[in-house]
Design a protein around this ligand. Sequence first.
Ligand code: SF4
Length: 370
Amino acid sequence: MTGLYIHIPFCQTRCPYCDFAFVVNKTHLADRYTKAVIREFETRIKDLEPAPEWCSLYFGGGTPTAIPIQNLKQILETVQTKTALSPQVEITAEANPGNQDRFSDLKAIGINRLSLGVQALDNRALKALGRNHTAEEALSAFHDARRAGFENIGMDLIFGAPGQTVSEWRSTLQQAIQLNPEHLSVYGLTVEPETPYARQYENGNLSLPPESAQAEMYGQAIDLLSGAGYVHYEISNFARPGFASQHNLGYWEERPYVGIGLSAHSFTAGRRSWNIRGLMAYIREVEATGTAQEGEEMLKPADRDLERIMLGLRKRTGVSETLVSIPRLRPQLDRLLSDRLLEKDNGHLRLTRKGLLLADLVCAQLVKEL
Ligand code: SF4
C-alpha cells in the first residue's frame, strides 16, 4: 500500500500566505517540467523492490490545473504503463476555481477525486487572502465539477483570514455544507516565515482575528460539520462516511509514499528523503542525472516512535495505548490526561476537544520526553 505524490508547482497568482513550493508566470516551462517528472519517476521506480502497487496518486501543488491537462495525462499514462495501480486507486488533483473549463478533461484522463481550493465563500475574506477568484466563482466551480462527473469532491477552507468575523466564517461553513461535498479540510491561517503576510505582520499591517475568535471558528467547524453528518477523522479533516482521503490517511498511518517533482518528500523503508526546491535547479538536475534529491535521513527507532505518536494523535481515533507505553513518556502522558488534553478511548489515547486546539503544544510536550 504505497502512495504516489506528484508535485506540479505552477500557479496563476501568488497567495500572500502560501509557503508551498510554487512558481508564477512560468507555465512556458510546463512541457520541460513534465518531461523531468516522467524521467524522475522512471528512474526512481527502478530502485523500488518489489515494484509498488499504488493505492493512491495525488497531483498537488502549486496548481496542477494551471498547466495543460495533456501534461498530467502524460504523467498518468507513464505511471499506468510502468507500474500498477490498485483496483480501487484514488487519483486526486488539486484545482482552483477559475479552472473549471478543464474539469471534464481531468475526469476524462482518469482523475476520480477533485480537491478544490475554495478557502472562503465570502468575498471580503477571499480578497484579504489574496485569492484570484470570487465566492460566486467558487460556487460555480463546485457545480461545474459535479457536472463534469466528479462524485468525490473535497473543499479546502481557511479560517482566521485578516478581518474575518466568526459569523462570516459560519456563513462560509453553512454554504459549504449546502453544496454537500464529500470532504472538507479546514485550516487555521498561520503566518509562515518569508511570505508576504510575514512581512506585513512584522510591519504591523496584518490584522488577524484574536486567538479566542480563531478557537471559536475551529469549534464552529467541528460542531457544524459533525452536525451535518461529516466524520471528523483528523484534526483538520472531515468526510462523509467512506470518503476520507486515502492518500492523506497514508501519511498519518505511516504508510510508505514516493514523492516526485520539486520539493517532493518520500518515505520508504524507514528512510525519508526530499527533492531540490528550485524549479530550474530541479529540472537541470533531473535532466543530468535522472533524480534531484537534496537530502535524506534514516529515522532512528526513537524518532519513528515519536513520529508514529505525533501522526497518530492527529487522527481522531488517536494512537494505541500500547504504542505510547514507552516508560519515559508515562509522567508526561499522565499530566496531559489530568489536564484533559488527552483522553482514553477504547484502548487508544486521543486528543480531547481542548487538546485539538492545543495539538502542537501536546506534541511538543511529548517530544521533550523522547
Ligand atoms: S494557488 Fe495554492 S499553491 Fe498557489 S500560491 Fe495560492 S495557495 Fe499557494
